[in-house]
Design a protein around this ligand. Sequence first.
Ligand code: PAF
Length: 281
Amino acid sequence: MITITTKQEMQQLAKQHKTDGNSIGFVPTMGYLHVGHLKLVKEAKKNNDIIIMSIFVNPLQFGPGEDYKAYPRDPERDKQLAEEAGVDILFMPSPGNMYQNEKSIRMTVLRRTDTLCGVNRPGHFDGVVTVLSKLFNIIMPDRAYFGLKDAQQFAVVSGLVEDLDFPLELIPVETVREASGLAVSSRNVYLNEKERIQASALYKSLQKAKELINSGIQDIEAIICEVKDYMKANMEGDIDYVELLSFPELEQITVLKGKVIIAVAVKFSKARLIDNIIIDI
Ligand code: PAF
């Protein structure tokens, strides 16, 4: 594995791979790698000649109240994990290199952000699409891999790729789960022992919703109520939202048809967890 720290060098190398006829699979991350990231690499390795992973904590996607400086970082461990997973090129630019010039363009996401986590994170997805547009132009991937744990990010990035005609395929990758069903997340370390057991109620409540839908229930409000009731009965966290929306449009629906997402967010004492399932009806 080689590590590259400037966008100029990275773009040069990506161009060379393109000229040589190599397909590029891209895994964008902010580092502090866990099994979820490594699954993205595993998927990417199935269909691409070269795997490029970026590790860049993007200052643009952090709001004023969110601590960009405190975001967990462990570059040495990340390098080791990336290499073991089979990454060929690790791209780790500095903020100074990525955002070299004074900005003359501002990107604004117009849809899919006024719901779920977007409600409380104004500007967050503007920062995500800005950095991804830059990374797509620098790395020129054939395929880019995103975990469905952050399904809203996947939906927003699908809109970006479609709107700006990026010549790449977005590949959604299933959420990695612990045996209890709890979605793997770096935030799980902030759960105490009791909360960790209770947190499996998020996925179990989503499974409950799936069962109801599969049994023919059409009443969206009733399904949302069942999910809330299940969580309230099985955990002490505060429910932030339970939503049932079209996917990837993330619009309110009145009829259960086509692809839908059921998404939940719960605040525990020191961690806010999100989870979702996507069902094709
Ligand atoms: O999901 C993330 O880690 C980040 O939002 C991403 C896609 C790497 C953009 O900074």
